[in-house]
Design a protein around this ligand. Sequence first.
Ligand code: WTA
Length: 618
Amino acid sequence: MWPCVVSSFSRRLVASLGVCGRRKCCGTAAFMPEAPAFEGVRSRSELRDFSVSDSERFWAAVGNQRLSWISPFHTVQDCDLTQGRIKWFEGGKLNVSVNCLDRHVHTSPDRVALIWERDEQGSEVKYTYRELLEMTCRLGNVLRRRGVKRGDCVTIYMPTCPLAVAAMLACARIGAAHNVVFAGFSADALAERIRDAESNTVITVNQGVRGGKFTELKKTVDEAVQSCPSVQQVLVAMRTDTPVVMTARDVAMEEYVFSYHDGDVFGCVADIGWITGHSYTVYGPLANGGTTVLFESTPIYPDPGRYWNTVERLKINQFYGAPTAIRLLLKYGDHWVTKYDRSTLKTLGSVGEPINTEAWEWYHRVVGDGRCPVVDTWWQTETGGICIAPRPSEPDAEIVPGMAMRPFFGIKPVLMDTEGKVLTSNNTSGALCMAQPWPGMARTIRNNHQRFIETYYQPYPGYFFTGDGAYRSAQGYYQITGRLDDVINVSGHRIGTAEIEDVVNQCSAVAESAVIGFSHDIKGEGVYAFVVLKKNIDIKEDDLSRQLNKMVSKKIAKYACPDVIQLANRLPKTRSGKIMRRVLRKVVERDLDGLGDLSTLDDPTAVQEIVEGHNAIL
Ligand code: WTA
């Protein structure tokens, strides 16, 4: 089995490239090629090596065989990592929505494309490829008629549902970009993202439903667009029966919208507001003609058996989720899992953050009955798709719990030391970079190419820098150790600590603050805020905490609220005034021996105070 959608992608890729996908052929343990497309390539692992050593020929074949082109490409790649120049399939033109829909409607129109696992357990709805194409075309026509043009950026603020998928594909169909904003984000966070995208059109629903609770998405959009002068229209679909106030700007969508086995049922339970939902709920499965599940609910609604009840009912073959949910569920006990039939499951995937050994083992032993490989897949928004993951379909492929293991097709990872030199030996840790480009990687940051170059290509010239640290074992397997920059990962959601500090500092009682991540049993990382109050402020800690929580949920989202607030008289700073977050991290990790060089600290007693304050909290 191969990780997730990549699994079906890869199986077909392997088939289309002429390498046999069966575990054993011709009575031998080795893979036997049926019709090798590349001379000398006889197994999947040789194909993987070939994908790096001759990436040009590899990707040319993938591009030609796996995609339908409007006009063919003339140059496979024109990339230069020293310049941050990423260009693939030059001269080629394709439409991703045609590749996700029309191609499959021609061959198998009635195959189920989406299974919408609605919040209300047991009320799933299925959409075939034909239905999804029709819904997408209708929506594309609506958008076009309402003035959305090629190059515009439409903001989609919707829960994970078929219409949201159709909206994404409709944008792609007419050449517009989509800016999917996680429906848990507040009005302020939404407004910032709408302004950034300069959207003139927003698509939303009246209300969202999650875990039995209603969220007023349309109201949030109303509030957000007040500070977004670019927005001319808001398309509103009805997820529930509750009417909403419509203004002149709003357009009701309910006249426009209606409601295999060649492939497996793919259950990626990520929200479409994050990259995993984009690549492995929408584009990956559909581009491969698969059946994909849209999970609208939460892992514990109506009870902690929800995922496995869904697996039983929808006969899910690959389940792809986040370690934070696994850690949460294992605390409720095995019976919530074992009472459901999980015999359809073949592969269990994990993504978004490191999976600890306890969670990995529970996932493998209890959820997968010890028979399904667990694939811990490492990747990020910037990489577009999975980069490092186990490949259990290969003979004797070892999987070590908690390790992302081995680079995927076309991926050449390297580890760097602090001086920017490539670490060549094994059993070593360093900054994770990529030495070679591949087609799915990010090409720029919209409207800010300079920031793209500075963030990803300047730290290690000639390499793409991921922002993560990694360990390479004696056997050459990779394990991701976490972020190296000021980005933290709370329950699989990435957020810059600066964004949280910015909100905390807006509180009238607060003089300044520093936010760091700390190890948290369920969330992976929690938010730890050091707060310095303004002089002569008298506020109870409970009140401060309430105020900060309210502000952070309003301006960002609930998940970003501080788990711990530590009041301090001052923060440890360098003589040039920079907060030494490294020191704060060490204090919270209780690694006082690891505080390192404190010679640049302007007032060493500040550290002692922070340590005492931290001890008092414990
Ligand atoms: C982290 C999510 C450890 C990592 C696909 C990365 C992981 C960030 C793993 C990207 C994993 C993702 N093991 N850490 N298997 N997968 N991460 O952009 O820090 O939301 O840089 O993409 O999540 O988060 P993003």
